[in-house]
Design a protein around this ligand. Structure first.
Ligand code: MN
Length: 248
């Protein structure tokens, strides 16, 4: 019998195990295999010698042309994402050297720094592999079914998620996540890139709507960027993550 207590008992260790920053840690710990992205998802692509590192992109800067242009990719990856990685390592180093009698304001600033850069690193690390040219086909398999069950149809999900992305004020992300407790998928938004995402849930798909993701090509027209992004969502990777988290 599935009582609330039994459900909690069964789900709690899993929920606790996955409360890492977004789903990057749990994704790497689960080590997806059998995908063309084995090399990308290898933990050493993200962390070696005691430091976070910029993961090697699984494609060239111009691979997503004309939908996402090479220059935007280059700056987004090699300047913005690299910056989060560099600042995350710096902040973690400062944290490791801080004394218990430090000014609380310094601790507060440092925590903001860690949250911001840890979030930026995790979100971008997940963003790159969910991009690849697609042929317009909707997601397949169990994930495709979950989209239909939750949103009625893939087309409805597209319209809905586009509106979610457009609703972000200023800088942030639109996300589609999976809850291992309710086994539901749900959309959410993240202000800036701070790591306070719903604990225990996994981001399957994230759309960066910071201006740095589109301003070079689309200037202020976020809607044009979101429409272009639908042409480069790598559904097989999203399906793989859904299957992996759904089966665990
Ligand atoms: Mn970004």
């Amino acid at each position: 019998m599935t009582t609330r207590r039994n459900l909690m008992k069964a789900s709690l260790p899993l929920a606790l195990a996955s409360t890492g920053f977004f789903s990057l840690d749990s994704l790497l710990m689960a080590q997806p295999t059998g995908s063309s992205l084995d090399t990308y998802f290898a933990p050493e692509n993200f962390f070696t010698d005691g430091e976070w590192k910029l993961p090697k992109l699984p494609y060239a800067y111009d691979a997503l042309e004309p939908h996402i242009d090479a220059k935007t990719m280059e700056i987004h990856y090699s300047k913005h994402h690299q910056g989060y990685v560099t600042n995350l390592n710096k902040a973690l180093k400062v944290m490791s050297e801080i004394k218990g009698d430090a000014d609380p304001r310094i601790i507060e600033a440092l925590q903001r720094d860690i949250s911001f850069n840890m979030g930026g690193n995790a979100l971008h690390s997940l963003f790159w592999p969910t991009l690849a040219p697609n042929d317009g086909a909707p997601p397949q398999g169990a994930f495709g079914k979950a989209i239909e069950t939750t949103f009625g149809s893939f087309d409805n999900f597209k319209s809905y998620f586009t509106k979610v992305a457009m609703s972000v004020k200023g800088s942030g992300w639109a996300t589609l996540s999976f809850s291992p407790v309710s086994r539901q998928i749900f959309t959410s938004t993240i202000k800036d890139q701070d790591s306070q995402h719903a604990s225990g849930t996994h981001i399957l798909l994230g759309l960066d709507v910071w201006e740095h993701a589109y301003y070079l090509k689309h200037q202020n027209k976020r809607g044009d960027y979101v429409n272009a992004w639908w042409n480069v969502v790598n559904w097989p990777v999203v399906e793989m993550m859904y299957a992996m988290f759904g089966e665990s």
